[in-house]
Ligand binder design. Structure first.
Ligand SMILES: [Zn+2]
Ligand SMILES: [Zn+2]
Length: 142
């Protein structure tokens, strides 16, 4: 699958290009699952990129405001995790042992959302769903 360049992604949401913004977008693109800001900071340092933590927070704020990334709270890790916004949203299976997050390919909530809207006369604008359990590697220990 062809990926949009980080520069184009910034252009598309009318964010000014900066090397630091590009670096962070590049790092986020490499991730297959959401990561914490601390993990992102570790990546930045291991690649010897010169962005300090407060700048990371500032850039992520701009990314959030411009809809480039999504931030969700991971109950198990007791921490916020971030990921690039996908054209369609994702849900994850979260392993209670190793905390691995495994994306599931479809949203099981669509029918439920429709039902709720009808029954409760409530307009659903967003939802979050995380499924907890044990991954194939950890299941042996249970
Ligand atoms: Zn596991
Ligand atoms: Zn969903």
């Amino acid at each position: 699958m062809k990926q949009t360049s980080s520069r184009t992604m910034l252009d598309n949401v009318h964010l000014k290009y900066s090397r630091q913004r590009e670096w962070l977008l590049d790092l986020l693109k490499e991730q297959k699952t959401p990561i914490t800001i601390e993990q992102l900071d570790e990546l930045v340092r291991s690649r010897k990129l010169s962005i300090n933590l407060s700048t990371i927070y500032r850039i992520l704020d701009a990314f959030l405001k411009h809809d480039l990334i999504e931030k969700t709270f991971n109950i198990q890790m007791q921490s916020y995790v971030i990921e690039l916004k996908h054209s369609h949203h994702r849900h994850y299976l979260i392993c209670l042992d190793c905390q691995k997050m495994i994306p599931i390919n479809h949203c099981p909530m669509h029918n439920i959302v429709e039902e709720i809207e009808k029954e409760q006369n409530f307009h659903v604008s967003a939802h979050q769903l995380e499924i907890y359990g044990y991954c194939s590697a950890c299941i042996k220990n249970h």
